[in-house]
Design a protein around this ligand. Structure first.
Ligand code: ZN
Ligand code: ZN
Length: 134
């Protein structure tokens, strides 16, 4: 069972299942959405069941692109999840308690990274998306 929640503790969730495709996107949109060097995000694996266990009515959805939204706590501002057509699509790894069972597997949109960002680790880096420029 994966659990997590926001900074102020109002919103809590649990995930029965697992996460896949952990990634850090360094594009300017993700840097703003995550208020950091990049996103840190992983998708719900097929068959996983996501449940808000506290504070569901405090989750505000910001529609960032057609069909896509970011769910964040309306009290403390923690970004909690990505939604697609209203369903939770993935989780922000920073709000997961303990080990989410997935690591950053790719750095994407590295050509757009912030000038102060130093990407560590040995996960492959892509100028844009994997396969876009090869
Ligand atoms: Zn909060
Ligand atoms: Zn991005």
């Amino acid at each position: 069972m994966i659990t997590g929640g926001c900074f102020c503790g109002t919103v809590r969730y649990e995930l029965e299942g697992s996460l896949r495709n952990g990634r850090a996107c360094h594009c300017s949109r993700c840097r703003k959405a995550f208020s950091g060097a990049s996103s840190a995000y992983a998708e719900l694996a097929e068959g996983s069941v996501f449940t808000w266990t506290a504070g569901a009515d405090s989750v505000t959805r910001y529609e960032s692109a057609e069909g896509w939204a970011l769910g964040f706590c309306s009290h403390c501002g923690s970004s909690l999840c990505g939604l697609f057509n209203g369903d939770v699509h993935g989780l922000t790894l920073g709000c997961v308690d303990g080990d989410p069972g997935v690591a950053i597997e790719t750095h994407i949109f590295v050509d757009s990274k912030a000038p102060w960002d130093h990407i560590g680790g040995d996960a492959p880096q892509f100028a844009e998306r994997p396969g876009a420029n090869e």
